[in-house]
Design a protein around this ligand. Sequence first.
Ligand code: BTN
Length: 242
Amino acid sequence: MQLIKLNAIDSTNNYLKELFIDAALEDFCVVTTNHQTKGKGQVGTKWISEKGKNLTFSVLKKEPPIKLSRQFLLSILVSLSIVKTFEYYNIPKLAIKWPNDILSDHHKISGILIENLIKSAKIDFSVIGIGINVNQELFKGLPKVSSMKSILGVSVDKDELLHRFINTLQIYFRLYTENGEDILNNEYESYLFRKDKPSTFKLPDETLFTGIIRGVTDAGKLRVQMENATKEFDLKDLKLLY
Ligand code: BTN
């Protein structure tokens, strides 16, 4: 595995994207840093991680075998690979909060930010950015965030964790190429947080409503059954309260 270890960088996603313009990099090349100073999260948020304690890294996937209209499959493959890696460490009560927050017992322990470069109506390459809370124990002002160490009570070797994850990710890509997407869609939905349970959601205008998560569309939208109809939502269009 081609591994680039940086002491500090603004964002491993940005670094890997820029590096790939000039350098010949292997498929599944990884950039990791001890200190990410401007980590990016989903929908314009920040990813904050204590220096030296966690994993903040990006993986290059060249020409992923995925149609543009099914980009969400990348989120599925990556989310499942993280869940399976956590299962190896016996992390309890794992769930995927749509689209791709990984929770243990309602607490977020990992987040994913995938950035795709599109060329001639194809995904030319994907930069798969992942933050895993590994050995950090204090998350000030973030009651719904936790880490592997807080859950397990022991420190986790970050290098070993990274290698286990990359292996699992490669297995999942192979599984998809060999068997197609149905098994993956089903497995993703089997981990989907609050699926088939009445939940409260908040709309951008602060209105609250009750609905039941029924699944995810091919385009990656959340399907929520409401009183009279089932509607589809984008990430920026609703927030699940839990
Ligand atoms: C989220 O849950 O909002 C997504 C968080 C993704 C964070 C990772 S850390 C490594 C990579 N580089 C970034 O700037 N972001 C991702």
